[in-house]
Design a protein around this ligand. Structure first.
Ligand code: ADP
Ligand code: ZN
Ligand code: ZN
Length: 723
């Protein structure tokens, strides 16, 4: 009798995620981690093999014991497991910690071309040629082409046709060359190797030595902006690469850090892979394969690159570790740092977190000795910029402009005269931020979200920054019907640009925000132009605050620097402080002394004061006190449970049910009504407590309840934003 294998697998279901194993049979032995095609409820679905069981029972006997119809595996999609043992364990860890379905974890880990859900996407093949073994009589030209292929072993058919236009096809027709198809591979990233390593400063050397001669798992490097953290990363990477191991350098948003890619690629040209959301699915798949086939040894990537199939990691660096983009909002809502810790442990390698403004959580862990703290307190050029604070309340009383104070204008003029460059940061795009009815005071809101829309001058439209809807400015107020018109409040980068043009008609301006960077590479191009000194002033949103290193910038102005403090989120002080610190870090990075101006409404706030003194430690103390008194993280854990639906009644009822079910050694806060987004009503229940495991357990049990079947519920463990 033939052997049978029972194949237990996770099924990818397009409508309702089912988080349990289903069983099929196969006459071939399969390996865990392979993908298969199966029939699930009369529809072809993809399964991930979890485990395989050999049986000597007959199919009939099996059906009788299991008392279910058991169907055959229709097709095996992989020759070798796609999910290695390590990645499998990681998926289980993800599922447990983020309370997500197994399949959603596998999905998060794979590039879209091989995600189960999109298996319809075709993988792109290319045609190659190689020589055949048989002998043929060839013309001299044909012989030349033949020898060319023989010498190379394998040549892209289209390249051969380009090189030998008239003979390539003839050689194939004759049988001298064999044409075949293969998956398209990533073309090597072209770089002209030019940078070599710099002699280290005393601080850099001390940090490297301490890192190399201690044996901890996680290190946190707090180094002021311009202290040379990147150089430390590169030199540590070089040592690891020499041992034949892989290095992963994580960066917040690739669009925002083109300089990091440039610095890594100019130091280590060969074996570099770059992985980020700006790549199309095919490009992502090619980079993924490069890592899987050992062709990449150093990888620079954003959040999702933490899931690439590394074989022997020797070092993980996470730059700007405090950055919000390391947290995924959608399910599984993981934090990249946690995954990095998991993978570093598996590969027995070190994880280095770096930032000028570490997240409060990480710094608190470093203080407790959970992470090994390393510090660099001095800039390479040994001078911090001088920061001055301008109170906008006072400036307005003196009759100055509410956009640019006289102090900032004077400094800009001074830099223009000296042919030095200026960066101006305003963390809001558009022209006006809100329009209010002159009669009833109602704000114009997005028809799909409850959020105020911004006026954009360029296309004379109102835009919703949450869902992207644009409308014309209405003729009459929707609320009271008045046709008196609207009063305009607030201002964004578009308005700032106009003001600068008026004030400094000869200055060359570059504006960088989401409206000016929609095209591929537009971001890189804008920065390149600024780097080549084709502009005097770069203005933009927080996009321009991060990681930029331009030696000729000697003035940075932050307009509306404390606007973030008006948000109610518990992290608003931290976010404001980070932004001010990062912005200040862009000024005076070379020989010329740098200056910074913060225009704020509350000059005495500790976030503003500490940022002005570039004093992280004092900010940390104040902020920890505030978190302690307010019972916020890192003193408490949060789990946010959000229900959403187009039907408000469903949302209300479900949220109430959830609240009633979650009673334990923690606080159950809510039901909190959130603003409608994209036509979805949303409500939230928030758990706050000290025992995260018991909170997780209760939520896990809750999610299994019959009453919640088919409901759209999102879980965020340790949410970074609460609005
Ligand atoms: P950070 O990442 O800490 O903000 P960078 O690594 O960007 O700092 O370094 C700031 C500047 O100092 C860069 O222009 C860099 O090229 C330069 N730099 C870094 N290390 C050295 C060194 N050892 N010697 C000379 N210049 C250095
Ligand atoms: Zn009105
Ligand atoms: Zn909207």
């Amino acid at each position: 009798m033939e052997d049978f294998y029972l194949i237990h697998c996770w099924i990818e279901h397009p409508i309702r995620p089912v988080d349990q194993l289903y069983t099929y049979y196969s006459s071939k032995e399969l390996l865990p981690g392979m993908r298969i095609k199966v029939d699930f409820n009369n529809r072809e679905s993809i399964g991930f093999v979890e485990n395989v069981e050999k049986t000597n029972q007959s199919l009939e006997e099996i059906k009788n014991t299991l008392k279910i119809e058991i169907k055959p595996v229709l097709e095996v999609l992989d020759e070798e497991p796609l999910i290695t043992e390590e990645l499998h364990d990681l998926a289980m860890y993800l599922k447990d910690t983020t309370l997500s379905t197994t399949i959603s974890c596998f999905q998060a880990m794979l590039p879209s071309k091989i995600k189960p859900i999109s298996s319809k996407q075709t993988i792109v093949n290319e045609q190659f040629v190689k020589v055949s073994d048989e002998e043929y009589s060839l013309t001299p030209k044909q012989l030349e082409a033949f020898l060319y292929v023989k010498d190379k072993g394998e040549v892209l058919y289209k390249d051969l046709r380009k090189k030998y236009p008239n003979v390539a096809k003839a050689l194939i027709d004759k049988g001298a060359l064999i044409r075949y198809e293969k998956e398209k591979e990533a073309t090597d990233i072209q770089v002209d190797m030019r940078s070599s390593k710099l002699p280290l400063s005393i601080e850099q050397k001390a940090v490297m030595d301490e890192f190399n001669h201690t044996k901890d798992d996680v290190y946190l490097l707090r180094g002021v902006t311009g202290s040379g953290k990147t150089e430390v990363y590169l030199q540590l990477a070089e040592e690891v690469l020499k041992e034949g191991k892989q290095v992963l350098i994580l960066v917040p948003e690739i669009g925002l850090t083109p300089q990091m890619i440039e610095r890594v690629s100019s130091r280590f040209g060969v074996g570099l892979a770059i992985y980020h959301s700006g790549l199309n699915p095919q490009e992502k798949y090619e980079q993924y394969k490069k890592v899987k086939n050992h062709k990449a040894s150093i990888i620079v990537g954003t959040r999702s690159s933490i899931f690439l199939p590394f074989q022997n990691l020797g070092l993980i660096v996470m730059d700007e570790e405090h950055d919000g983009s390391y947290k995924q909002d959608s399910q599984p809502s993981y934090h990249c740092r946690d995954i990095a810790i998991f993978r570093a442990k598996y590969h027995h390698c070190k994880l280095l977190l770096g930032s000028a403004t570490p997240s409060l959580e990480s710094y608190a862990r470093a203080m407790k000795g959970v992470y090994h703290l390393l510090k660099m307190e001095h800039r390479i050029n040994d001078q911090l910029p001088t920061v001055s604070i301008v109170s906008m309340k006072d400036a307005l009383q003196r009759g100055e402009s509410f956009i640019l104070s006289n102090a900032l204008k004077d400094k800009i003029q001074d830099r223009l005269t000296k042919h030095q460059q200026v960066i101006l940061l305003l963390n809001r795009r558009g022209y006006h931020s809100i329009l209010k009815c002159k009669t009833c005071g109602e704000v114009i809101r997005c028809p799909h979200c409850d959020i105020a829309m911004s006026y954009h001058y360029e296309d004379k439209m109102m835009k919703c920054h949450t869902c992207g809807t644009s409308i014309r400015v209405p003729y009459e107020c929707k609320s009271c019907g008045s046709r008196e018109g609207f009063t305009k409040y607030g201002f964004g980068t578009e308005r700032l640009e106009e003001e600068l043009q008026k004030e400094f008609p000869n200055a060359r301006l570059l504006r960088m925000d989401r409206d000016t960077t929609t095209k591929k590479n537009s971001h890189k191009n804008l920065l390149e132009r600024f780097g080549n000194q084709e502009a005097d002033i770069l203005l933009g949103t927080q996009m321009i605050a991060k990681g930029l290193d331009y030696p000729n910038v000697t003035l940075v102005g932050v307009v509306n620097g404390d606007e973030g403090l008006t948000r109610t989120d518990y992290r608003s002080c931290e976010v404001t402080f980070d932004l001010l610190m990062q912005a200040a870090g862009r000024s005076g990075r070379s020989e010329e002394e740098g200056e910074v101006i913060f225009q704020v409404y509350d000059p005495t706030h500790y976030a503003v004061q500490c940022a002005a003194r570039q004093d992280y430690e004092t900010f940390f103390k104040f902020e920890m006190q505030y978190r302690h008194d307010g019972l916020y993280p890192p003193y408490r854990y949060f789990i946010a449970i959000t229900v959403q639906s187009r039907n408000q009644k469903i949302v209300d009822e479900t949220a109430l049910f959830i609240k009633s079910m979650l009673v334990g050694d923690y606080k159950t806060i809510g039901v909190i009504s959130l603003l409608k987004i994209r036509d979805l009503y949303r409500s939230r229940v928030l758990l706050k407590g000290t025992d995260l495991d018991s909170m997780r357990n209760d939520v896990r049990n809750l999610l299994g309840k019959e009453e919640l079947k088919g409901k759209d519920i999102r879980i965020d463990v340790n949410p970074m934003v609460l609005d």
